[in-house]
Design a protein around this ligand. Structure first.
Ligand code: PMP
Length: 354
């Protein structure tokens, strides 16, 4: 049809499947296996439904202030969005507005090229090295902006802050976005670098370490100037993005630091134990500092293992993409969930490894 000529056509991002089976073990979308902080549950039960008649605070003021206090920055340096996907999408639209290509790694979060296509931003990927690491030298070419996750996804590898700083320092004329979706599982945040670099934006989320993927809360911290530009774009797009319950419950989650540290600590402990057990079963993987492992088996193809696990209602993530088709991304669940998965894998691999 002729009208189709002028329709914006995009190939959408494909998120991990969201099955809903009673006894499934869901290790495919990096959610937290533990509930949100107890205060969140208590407050959710008390939610004043009458307050839903009104529009929510379009500046998400209490949540912005809670985050500013927690991360020791000014409220003017904080921007909140509906999940970090929303924050990242707004940041692409705001900061990547040049004719020069933006740069990001290959392999990385597979939403970046989708946003680039959606907003007609030219891009170029920089391949990871043979050990899945980012080479900062790759980011010394002309570009219109840079984005990478640290730790990277789906590899799980953390880059030392000196690598992050080298990339920011050698690119003073563009915005460098560090996507820290998984930073709370043992990485070191780039937030202190904000004191030195006005072109840095650090993005984080409540979806993993704060166990609130369902509420959709993400945020970023940057210089006051960058946050002003981001707000101008956001308020030109959709003013009331974050609903009232998310705003209220988000504040409550930030209050309980002991619970937050307890949950991330448990996940890290489980991850380190599972690393040993997976190695014993013949798996290899980069040394993850996230809430997932990116594994390959020495002899059995990833797709076979993926299908076998799926038949048992154990969901992990597999991509049919070059370079990573023989890898599985497995979220760290509870100890019990991991033990069930390991027990199954042990049985399954027994006959296939001789
Ligand atoms: N960045 C990375 C690297 C991710 O893996 C994810 C999770 N899919 C996100 C951002 C987005 O998470 P959310 O929108 O739930 O905050």
């Amino acid at each position: 049809m002729k009208f189709e000529e002028n329709i914006r056509k995009v190939v959408p991002y494909v998120a991990g499947e969201q099955p809903n089976k009673p006894n499934m073990i869901k290790l495919n979308t990096n959610e937290c296996p533990y509930p949100p902080a107890p205060g969140v549950e208590a407050l959710a039960k008390e939610l004043d439904v009458d307050s839903l008649r009104l529009y929510p605070d379009q500046n998400t003021t209490p949540l912005v202030h809670a985050l500013a206090e927690y991360y020791h920055v000014k409220p003017e340096q904080v921007f909140v969005g509906v999940g970090s996907d929303d924050v990242l999408s707004m940041a692409f639209m705001t900061f990547f507005n040049s004719d020069k290509p933006i740069l990001f790694p290959d392999v990385t979060y597979s939403f970046y090229d989708v946003w680039a296509d959606l907003y007609r931003i030219p891009y170029k990927t920089c391949p990871l090295d043979e050990n899945w690491h980012i080479d900062p030298a790759d980011y010394r070419q002309e570009n219109g902006g840079i984005i990478f996750p640290n730790p990277n996804a789906p590899t799980g590898l953390f880059e030392d802050l000196s690598v992050v700083e080298e990339i920011i320092k050698s690119n003073p004329d563009v915005i460098v976005i560090v996507d820290e979706a998984y930073i709370d599982f043992g990485g070191e945040s780039a937030l202190p670098l904000l004191e030195k670099y006005e072109n840095l934006l650090v993005v984080q989320t409540f979806s993993k370490s704060r166990a609130m993927a369902g509420l959709r809360i993400g945020f970023c911290i940057g210089s006051e100037k960058l946050i002003r530009y981001l707000n101008d774009v956001k308020f030109s797009f959709n003013s009331y993005t974050m609903n009232l319950p998310a705003q209220v419950l988000g504040v409550e989650a930030v209050k309980d630091d002991a619970y937050f540290k307890g949950v991330t600590g448990r996940i890290i402990a489980t991850r380190e134990r599972v690393k040993k057990e997976m190695t014993a079963l013949g798996f290899t993987f980069p040394d993850s500092r996230t809430n997932f492992l990116f594994v390959s088996h020495r002899t059995v193809p990833a797709e076979d293992i993926f299908r076998a696990l799926r038949e048992r209602d154990i969901y992990v993530r597999h991509w049919n993409k070059p370079r990573i088709e023989n890898c599985l991304r497995i979220t760290i669940g509870t100890d019990e969930q991991m033990d069930q998965m390991l027990a199954f894998l042990k049985e399954y691999l027994k006959d296939r490894m001789e």
